[in-house]
Ligand binder design. Structure first.
Ligand code: TMP
Length: 200
């Protein structure tokens, strides 16, 4: 089972990945936590662009995210899924659709990501842009490429529209307490697992 965590920078996906993984492991499931941009060479280069150590035009960056994704699928995602491990991935294709889609055409972003395998479930962490900003401030560090409030409010609109229209996306109210958010994520994953079991 392939589960993707999505949300604005500061929505809290990274904090929840570990908590959700711990809960699933305690129930006897094997899990793998991973993320995009990945730890591979293309992902490392993307991180340099995000921290503004390197620069790239918007189309090149969209292609790098798509290439990193295929590399990540080949080296990490597929091998884990083939062993029936529950993969918990911080960001995936929807990040490209909502972030790169602000500056590049939706059709083109979809086309360059068309070879990516489908996820089983996306958990979209819904927070206000103000709350995401406060959480980023609290975390500290330098402002990354996409972390400007004006850009992220466009990203939020795109996430909200996308999550409304995608049947595989479950909206998580990420304004709740950390514990309640973990409960909601685990319940959504267990529901999906039982539906998948019924289909077998
Ligand atoms: P994060 O590691 O804090 O989630 O940061 C990754 C940044 O990269 C975040 O601003 C979202 C952005 N991003 C895209 O724009 N497109 C993508 O396909 C992915 C995976 C991330």
């Amino acid at each position: 089972m392939f589960v993707v965590f999505e949300g604005l920078d500061g929505a809290g996906t990274t904090t929840q990945l570990k908590r959700v993984s711990d809960r699933l492991e305690a129930l006897g499931y094997q899990t793998l936590i991973t993320a995009e941009p990945s730890d591979g060479n293309i992902g490392k280069y993307i991180r340099k662009i995000l921290t503004k150590e390197e620069s790239a035009d918007k189309q090149t960056l969209a292609l790098l995210f798509a290439a990193d994704r295929l590399d990540h699928i080949y080296n990490v995602l597929k091998p884990a899924l083939e062993q029936n491990i529950i993969v918990l991935c911080d960001r995936y294709v929807i990040s490209s659709l909502v972030y790169q889609g602000v500056d590049c055409s939706d059709e083109w972003v979809k086309a360059i990501n068309s070879q990516a395998i489908n996820s089983d479930l996306t958990l979209y962490f819904s927070v206000t842009t103000e709350e995401a900003f406060n959480r980023r401030n609290h975390r500290g560090g330098k402002t990354e490429l996409f972390e400007e409030n004006s850009f992220l409010s466009m990203v939020k609109d795109r996430y909200d529209k996308f999550s409304d229209s995608d049947p595989n996306t479950c909206v998580i109210d990420a304004m709740q307490s950390i514990e309640q958010i973990t409960n909601d994520c685990v319940n959504a994953i267990l529901n999906k697992l039982s539906l998948k079991g019924e289909q077998l």
